[in-house]
Design a binder for this molecule. Structure first.
Ligand SMILES: Nc1ncnc2c1ncn2[C@@H]1O[C@H](COP(=O)(O)OP(=O)(O)OP(=O)(O)O)[C@@H](O)[C@H]1O
Ligand SMILES: [Mg+2]
Ligand SMILES: [Zn+2]
Length: 392
């Protein structure tokens, strides 16, 4: 911690952030969204235009430049992207499109908490869709909801999509992607039989699922993503218009879609851990494999051989070549949560064997030194295709 809600990101953390970002980028790109990058330091003009210079209140981090002009740090970018689009949008032929960025956001949260869960500076993926009609906007929104489901599935998170009200964003339709965790700030109810889930404020006192009648269960969740159909709220306020097929100036229909990239890192840990430490979903682990030599030069050499083969095969592997005691190495490996540990010991090596152990399983299995790298890769492939989603 550098200050309240401000954190240094260490090398292993940076790798996890990168893994999350890769999944997000791949799915966004596959859906036809285009990555852009807007400034984080912003002239006040745009928020003044929309009214959020006032309504955002003390959460907005404000400052002045040397000419005493008002600026702020971007907490979210609806106005800025609306301005970008109004400058180049003229015809319905240019629609639809979706733009996104992965960027540091700034919010002076009243209660920063839980490390990366609620920061004052954090990493967000924010996307914005632009359509010619309410109906087309709705279809972009529905499409993005599916993209989000793929992202959260691929990250290996247990989550529920809950109907929320759209609050400050001023839109008409919204949903939250809630990552289930006992320490979560948000209370929700979800059906045990179907996909129905709702915020406690929305669900009220009801005990039975309105979709299928089964009973509702209470959960706590961490909001990992939030999608909104904004309609013409910003485009009207900032006159972002286009000529429709009949030749009328029409405000563009917008949606906005956020994922808290850095929050997901902390939320994944809240959801996937045991007494010994983190149990990373494979897709988020900073490294997939830790190779742990326990012994002298000969052991280290064998471990290095396995490590090199893994690296050459494109596996994210780390070699624990510290001169620590076995207990300390195992403890750190469990704490950091490498999905697979390869242990090379003196006695095993004498028999031509090393041990493979999954973080999720209590027992190790012995394999031939010569087959170790391949066995690891097989294990990784199995886990990546595990339909249970536990380790995917
Ligand atoms: N202070 C924060 N620190 C880290 N991540 C955040 C923070 N605020 C929001 N996020 C993440 O950014 C995403 C999109 O931002 P959005 O404006 O929808 O959040 P929000 O509704 O203000 O979230 P919350 O209700 O938790 O304050 C959120 O779903 C969340 O994952
Ligand atoms: Mg907030
Ligand atoms: Zn149900």
């Amino acid at each position: 911690m550098v200050g309240a809600g401000l954190y240094d990101m260490l090398p292993l953390g940076v790798r996890v952030v990168r893994k999350v970002t890769e999944v997000v980028r791949r799915e966004m790109d596959a859906a036809g969204a285009q990555e852009m990058l807007l400034p984080a330091l912003l002239p006040a003009t745009y928020f003044k235009e929309s009214g959020r210079w006032e309504s955002f209140g003390p959460e907005l981090i404000r400052l002045q430049d040397r000419r005493r002009q008002d600026y702020h740090l971007g907490p979210t970018h609806e106005e800025i992207v609306t301005d970008l689009v109004r400058r180049s949008l003229s015809s319905y032929r240019q629609l639809p499109f979706t733009l996104y960025q992965v960027q540091t956001k700034f919010r002076d949260e009243p209660r920063p908490r839980g490390g990366l869960l609620r920061c004052r500076e954090f990493l967000m993926k924010d996307a914005y869709s632009f359509d010619q009609s309410e109906e087309a906007g709705r279809s972009s929104y529905d499409n993005m909801r599916q993209v989000y489901e793929r992202i959260f599935d691929r990250l290996g998170l247990d989550y529920r999509v809950v109907q929320a009200d759209s609050g400050a964003m001023g839109g008409s339709l919204s949903a939250e992607f809630q990552i289930l965790a006992q320490t979560g700030e948000d209370a929700l109810v979800a059906c045990a039989e179907c996909s129905y889930a709702a915020n406690v404020e929305v669900a009220g006192e009801q005990k039975d699922c309105p979709s299928c009648g089964a009973s509702l269960k209470s959960y706590r969740g961490i909001e990992g993503g939030h999608i909104f159909l904004l309609g013409t709220h910003y485009s009207k306020a900032m006159s972002a218009q286009f000529l429709d097929p009949a030749g009328n100036q029409t405000p563009v229909v917008m949606g906005c879609y956020g994922i808290g990239i850095s929050r997901l890192v902390a939320a994944a840990i809240e959801q996937h851990h045991d007494d010994a430490g983190i149990v990373w979903p494979l897709s988020m682990a900073p490294y997939h494999v830790i190779v742990t030599p326990l012994g002298g030069d000969e052991v280290l050499q064998a471990a290095e051989g396995i490590y090199q083969t893994l690296i050459e095969q494109g596996v994210d592997a780390m070699l624990d070549d510290r001169s620590e005691r076995p207990g300390a190495k195992f403890k750190d490996a469990d704490l950091i949560g490498f999905p697979i540990r390869v242990t090379v010991g003196k006695r095993g090596l004498a028999e031509g064997k090393v041990e493979l152990k999954r973080r999720t399983e209590p027992e190790a299995v012995a394999v031939a030194v010569t087959d170790a790298a391949e066995a690891v890769i097989r294990m990784l492939n199995d886990d990546m295709h595990d339909p249970s989603g536990e380790t995917a």
